[in-house]
Design a protein around this ligand. Sequence first.
Ligand code: HSE
Length: 310
Amino acid sequence: MSVPTSIKVFAPATVANVGCGYDVLGFPVEKYGDTIKLELRDDDRLVVQEIEGADGIPFETDLNVSTVSMNAFFDAFGDRRGFDVFIDKNIPPGSGLGSSASSSVAAVYALNEYLGIPFTKKELIAFAMEGERAASSKPHADNVAPSLLGGFTIIRSYDPLDVFGIPSPSELRVTVIYPHIEVKTSDAKKMLRSQVKLSDAVRQWGNVAGMVSGLILGDFDLIGRSLQDVIVEPVRSILIPYYEEIKSIALDQGALGFNISGSGPSMFALTRSEKTATAIRKDANEFLSERGIDSMVFTSRINGEGAKVV
Ligand code: HSE
C-alpha cells in the first residue's frame, strides 16, 4: 500500500472573548474557517506555495503563521519533514474571527495527523500559539484552543498553559456580523489599559462565572445576563461603525446578549433559537447595506468538533 503524500485540514473560525472573557474564553463556528493542504517534499524545507482568499499574507516561512506554527511543532518533535503548503483562507485577517488562529491550527493539526498523532490536541495549542505570536506579538490562546478542540473553551492559565472545554446547550446559536473593515489585533490590544479598577474586575469575574455556569447548566437567562464586558467593549467598540445601533437591533430581536468578536470589527449575538439568529442576520444585513457598508453576516451552531481532516 502506498503512503499518502498529502493531507488537507479545515480549522474553524472562532469567536474569542465572548464578551466577559477577554483572552480566556472562545468558541468555534461551523462552516467558516481556513483549509490547508500539506504536500510532502523530497527535502526538509517548508515552502508556502499558494495563498488563496486573502491578500497581503506573507509567504516567508518566518512570518507566515502556518509555517511558524509548524516549525514550533518540529522543534518539539525533534525531527523535520519538508512540505509544500497550500493555504485557502476563508476568513480575512483583521476580521475578529480568528483568521491567524485558523491557519495556525490547520497547519499543526495536519502535521500531527500526517505524522501519526505524536501530540494530543491540547499539546498542539502551544505550537499554534507561536503563529499568534507572529501575527500579533502576544500569543493569546482563546482563538487557537477552541479552533483545535471544538466547543466553548476556557484558558484557565497561560503559565502554565491550562485549557479545558465546557458543554453548552445544543439550541444555542450565534449570529456573526462582520463589517468589511480591518482591525489589527495588535492595535486593538494596544488600546487597552494594562490596569483595571477593582470594581470593574469584580463585575467582570462575576460575569465570567455566570457565563460558564449558564453554558453548563443550559440557563439561557444567565448566559444573557452574563454576556457583558465592562473592561474591553467600551474601549474597542468605538472602532466599529454603528456598534451601538447593531447591538440594539440584535437585543430588540431577542438576542441573549451581544458583543465584539475577538478584537473586532466582527460582532456576535447569542440566541436560543435559529429563528431569532436568522431575524438578527436579516436586520443587521439590511441595516449595514442601507449604509453602504459591505459585510458578511451568518448564523451558526457552536462547532463541537474543531479542526478536522477533509
Ligand atoms: N483575546 C484576543 C483579543 C482575541 O481580544 O485581543 C483576538 O482575536
